[in-house]
Design a protein around this ligand. Structure first.
Ligand SMILES: Cc1ncc(C[n+]2csc(CCOP(=O)(O)OP(=O)(O)O)c2C)c(N)n1
Ligand SMILES: [Mg+2]
Length: 343
């Protein structure tokens, strides 16, 4: 990606001028995440996708803005709202859709489903269903890079609900003590299922939780990929410099319910509409047009290409076989002859 140039902004922080290439990457990747998941919603209604299905719609800038600030060697781990991150990292939509269908061609061979998307080639370490469980894992992945003297940084995403877990505090404490190159990202979308952040603690400015561990931290307007990119670039710079972790609070919003069966009685329609007015895809689209980086026609061509990719992924998933029952216990443990209790 072409290098962004920086100058001092009003607040004294670096203000970046992003090249056209970055805006086009943001538009295309966010639109792929959005269109893919809109299709997932339809397919869930048709019972083609079953079980849990948590959509990321509205939160796309949290992924796109971070990717443009990082390198291909960097690592990623997140919770169960996990279809969009690998798509933005370059995992084939076919492999993600087939996984959602439980087909053998899926990225986890059809055994993981919606909450366990994985892509080793793209350093995407999942997809974790236990709230907060991925936080110490993320610290561990980053510890391995420090130990092996690699320059990689690990992006460790979690929801606002996860920060009330003990695992979060234990991981932050050791990560700071040992100066581990991990960026902890709280995707604060305001709710953990139907429980608002305000109802879970007196501490609602979640980035301040870093203070307890002497960890640099900041809030980020994560409806805007420019702000996300800048915050991640600052944090990654510190991590690569041996200065250790950062805690970022990405302030974001999910337009859809927690999962597919959520009557959403805990919030008003007006609140949802308010955030849609700041939709990250629309914001980027408008900037591209205003600054004449592309025309309406160019963007329409991108949209059509993405719709084609999504349709192709559905066809691929439909036509793929289910895994064979005899493979049920394969790829579960490293130990090939693991003594499973079978009766
Ligand atoms: C340890 C644990 N407790 C409870 C649950 C049930 N649960 C699933 S999602 C969720 C809410 C988490 O919300 P948040 O971390 O804000 O993530 P978001 O869904 O907003 O992305 C809960 C309580 C779980 N999966 N794991
Ligand atoms: Mg949440």
């Amino acid at each position: 990606m072409a290098t962004a140039t920086q100058s001092k902004g009003k607040a004294g922080k670096e203000k970046t001028t992003f090249p056209k290439e970055t805006y086009m990457f943001w538009y295309e990747s966010m639109q792929l995440m959005r269109k893919f998941e809109e299709k997932c919603g339809q397919l869930y209604g048709m019972q083609k996708i079953r079980g849990f299905c948590h959509l990321y719609i509205g939160q796309e800038a949290c992924a796109a803005g971070a990717i443009s600030a990082l390198t291909k060697e960097d690592k990623w781990i997140t919770a169960y709202r996990d279809h969009a991150h690998p798509l933005a990292l370059g995992t084939s939509p076919n492999a993600v859709m087939a996984e959602l269908y439980g087909k053998v061609t899926g990225c986890s061979k059809g055994k993981g489903g919606s909450m366990h998307i994985f892509d080793k080639e793209r350093n995407f370490f999942g997809g974790h269903g236990i709230v907060g469980a991925q936080i110490p894992l993320g610290a561990g992945i980053a510890f391995a890079d420090k130990y092996n003297k690699n320059k990689a940084v690990t992006m460790c995403y979690m929801g606002d609900g996860a920060v009330r877990q003990g695992a979060f505090h234990e991981a932050l404490n050791l990560a700071m003590l040992w100066k581990i190159p991990v960026i902890f990202v709280i995707e604060n979308n305001g709710y953990a299922m139907g429980t608002s952040v305000k109802r879970t603690s007196n501490v609602t400015d979640l980035y301040t939780l870093g203070d307890a561990y002497d960890m640099p931290s900041e809030p980020v307007d994560a409806m805007n990929p420019e702000d996300v990119h800048e915050a991640v670039a600052r944090a990654a710079g510190r991590a690569r410099n041996g200065e250790g972790p950062t805690l970022l609070e990405f302030r974001t919003y999910r337009y859809k319910g927690h999962s597919m069966s959520d009557p959403q009685k805990y919030r008003s329609k007006d609140e949802v509409e308010e955030y849609k007015q700041r939709d990250p895809i629309e914001v980027v689209r408008q900037k591209i047009l205003d600054r004449k980086m592309a025309t309406e026609k160019d963007l329409e061509a991108i949209d059509q290409k993405i719709l084609g990719q999504v349709e192709e992924s559905v066809k691929f998933a439909e036509e793929s076989p289910y895994p064979d029952a005899s493979d049920a216990l394969k790829h579960t443990y490293m130990q090939e002859d693991y003594p499973f209790i079978l009766d």
